[in-house]
Design a protein around this ligand. Structure first.
Ligand code: ZN
Length: 91
């Protein structure tokens, strides 16, 4: 799985694994000084290959671009979600 932060100027940053928290990720500091953002409104992107969420500062709530999560999908995310929600195990 790969996580990218697309900042306010549309530049893409790959988030290193050690900067990934359970509910937020470490990015360049906000104007308020906090350097973590949380994702909100996660949804499957149009290409069906990754998730997108709005990135917001965990301290002041400022909009900080967006987060992209790229799982290793088997069939495309919509189909994967259907398969996994049916309880089918994929080996
Ligand atoms: Zn902030």
């Amino acid at each position: 799985m790969k996580v990218k932060w697309i900042d306010e100027t549309d530049r893409s940053h790959t988030i290193p694994a050690d900067a990934l928290g359970s509910d937020s990720v470490e990015v360049a500091a906000c104007t308020c000084g906090a350097n973590r953002v949380a994702g909100t409104g996660k949804h499957i992107a149009d290409d069906d290959r990754h998730y997108e969420a709005r990135a917001v500062c965990i301290s002041c709530g400022a909009h900080r671009g967006r987060l992209e999560v790229w799982p290793s999908t088997l069939f495309g995310l919509r189909e994967d979600e259907q398969v996994f929600s049916m309880g089918v195990k994929v080996y």
